[in-house]
Design a protein around this ligand. Structure first.
Ligand SMILES: *Cc1c(COP(=O)(O)O)cnc(C)c1O
Length: 372
């Protein structure tokens, strides 16, 4: 049997009729940017996450970057970021000319550790940028409380957390602004690039609408030096169709995660931990082992595709050599990056595929034990 890590095309084949209708409607309309589909999607997504406003943009990185710009964050400012995250989180900060100040994660949840945030706050700190990594919500209650005390902007990176809840409240209106990616492999993915910001702050939403469209409110009148960063009509129409299925897909992910957790408990693998009050959406199912390379190879030989999220922490990337943060600066993040492995996680996996992944993993672990 072969189990791919993720079958992105399955969302199309499973919803072909609805998706063909939606894309054909846009193509026939003769209107492809900043139109009715985007407006409708923005309303529907804002309602879904429980925020007052949603602003569609070109991708998740722009959602982060434009939010920082809309808040006037730039050179001389510091933004607190997780030491372990996808590099886009850091890139948004450096793109606006600000300085990322990394904070180590809680080793159980892999999310930024609120207890370490306060020590990283300086007179230059303007914002904190938590990430809901792997679909597990960060500890927003603690983070927002610290941010309020220091007057910091809370921008949460929810690129992996569509539909997740913190104490019953959906991610998307808990921070001051929430950035979303609709990259095809996310829980809610377009057929190309896409992103959005949700917020309850009307002024921020208005600034973002201006920034995404050349700094213009009225055509050919430019108030600020803006950007071209728009969520196009075809992607918006596709996302409207898929949004109606997001809860069902997330429920299936949770079912798969529950099965993995149950079957792999008692092995040497470090399993995901869900913190109190959190409802994750299992963008990824990440286990940890010192024998990662061996386990990945063994699973690959048995037709089970796994991935590593992520192999190199941002501070050790060549791209950030200029920050001068050598190996050993963030030991928790470095250890996590050396040991994590993501098992296949896709709402379209069959029960047979899930059981095959479990059986092969258990078998590989038993083999490792005997080989010791
Ligand atoms: C995917 C992702 C992004 C960037 O989204 P794009 O749409 O690819 O620009 C940002 N942050 C995290 C945590 C992500 O997983």
């Amino acid at each position: 049997m072969n189990v791919p890590f993720l079958n992105v095309g399955a969302t199309y084949t499973s919803l072909r009729g609805e998706l063909d209708e939606a894309t054909a409607r846009v193509l026939a309309s003769g209107w492809y940017l900043l139109g009715r589909e985007l407006e409708a999607f923005e309303q529907e997504y804002a309602r879904y996450v429980g925020a007052r406003f949603c602003v569609g943009v070109a991708n998740g990185l722009d959602a982060l970057q434009l939010s920082l710009r809309a808040r006037g964050i730039g050179p001389g400012d510091e933004v607190i970021v997780p030491s372990n995250t996808y590099i886009a989180t850091w890139l948004a900060v450096t793109q606006v000319g600000a300085t990322p100040v990394p904070v180590e994660p809680d080793e159980d949840t892999y999310n930024i550790d609120p207890a370490r945030i306060e020590a990283a706050v300086t007179a230059r700190t303007r914002a904190v940028l938590p990430v809901h990594l792997y679909g597990q919500p960060a500890n927003m209650t603690a983070i927002v409380e610290i941010a309020r005390r220091h007057g910091l902007f809370v921008l949460d990176d929810a690129a992996q957390a569509h539909g997740a809840r913190v104490d019953g409240q959906r991610v998307g209106s808990v921070g001051d602004a929430t950035a979303w990616s609709f990259y095809p492999g996310k829980n809610l993915g377009a057929f190309g690039d896409g992103g959005a910001i949700t917020t309850n702050d009307e002024e921020l939403a208005t600034r973002l609408r201006v920034l995404r469209n050349y700094g213009s409110r009225v055509k050919y009148v430019n108030d600020v030096q803006g950007y071209n960063s728009r969520l196009d009509e075809i992607q918006a129409a596709v996302l409207r169709v898929k949004l109606a299925h997001l809860d069902a897909w997330n429920a299936r992910r949770a079912q798969i995660a529950a099965r993995y957790l149950d079957a792999l408990r008692g092995t040497d693998l470090v399993l995901p931990v869900v913190a109190d009050g959190m409802e994750p959406v299992w963008h990824l199912f990440v286990v940890r082992t010192r024998q990662r390379g061996q386990l990945q190879r063994q699973l690959q030989e048995r037709g089970v595709q796994t991935l590593i999220h992520y192999p190199i922490p941002p501070h050790l990337q060549e791209a950030y050599a200029s920050l001068g943060l050598p190996k050993g600066t963030f030991p928790i993040s470095e250890r996590v990056h050396d040991e994590v492995l993501s098992l296949p996680m896709d709402p379209h996996m069959t029960d047979e595929q899930v059981e095959y992944v479990i059986a092969q993993t258990l078998d590989a672990l038993r083999g490792q034990l005997q080989g010791k």
